[in-house]
Design a binder for this molecule. Sequence first.
Ligand code: FES
Length: 241
Amino acid sequence: MKVALKIYRFNPETDKEPHYDTFKIEANLNDRILDCLNKIRWEQDSSLAYRMSCAHGICGSDAVSINGTPALACQKLVKDYDYTQELLIEPLKYFPIIKDLTVDIEPFFQRIKVINPNFQLHAPVNPAEKERLQSIEERSKIDDAVKCILCGCCVAACPVILEQEPKFIGPAAILRAQKYIFDSRRNDSKERMQIIEKPYGIWSCKSYYMCTIVCPKKIKVTEEILKTKKKIIAELHPKTV
Ligand code: FES
């Protein structure tokens, strides 16, 4: 069957304005959107720029906007959309465009750096165990956060970042902080809670749930942020409760 993809095009080196090109390809219902992009690039326009690496939902590099919603091109299938209409493929919102669907993801990693992500173990090792062990219950507190693949979909969907406070550190950075704050092997959770309390930090989150809706790893991002807010109030501001 024929499927049409309307794709955002912009080469800052040669174009004054962005434009859209529509490509018609032969595709199957179970083809991934990434397969469609590859087909276009390999058979029709080798200048089309987009990122991909693992092609299996692990590296997070092929996040794009599909019909207005951030998603991994390698995870979404043609049959996930109304393929009788043109599929609109655009770069992730908010990020500077490098070329076509390729964006500069650096503003995303700058946000992660804000929460001091360097993994340092502080909790003393039990000499009898020789390593820092976690119970299943302790590990379950960070089960969701460790699934994050840093694709940037949550930031590109966050109404606070897009429409209200562009400096907000965003869902992924808070989720990364949550991973450290709730990790039983660490003893620096207070310091990290203080970091994400700073302006444009966790209290800028208005719980729109868009991060949860678009997360390709199905992480309950908003729930984790709410749990972190509760912990901050209980441990840093107990008198306000
Ligand atoms: S190419 Fe790695 S997540 Fe899609």
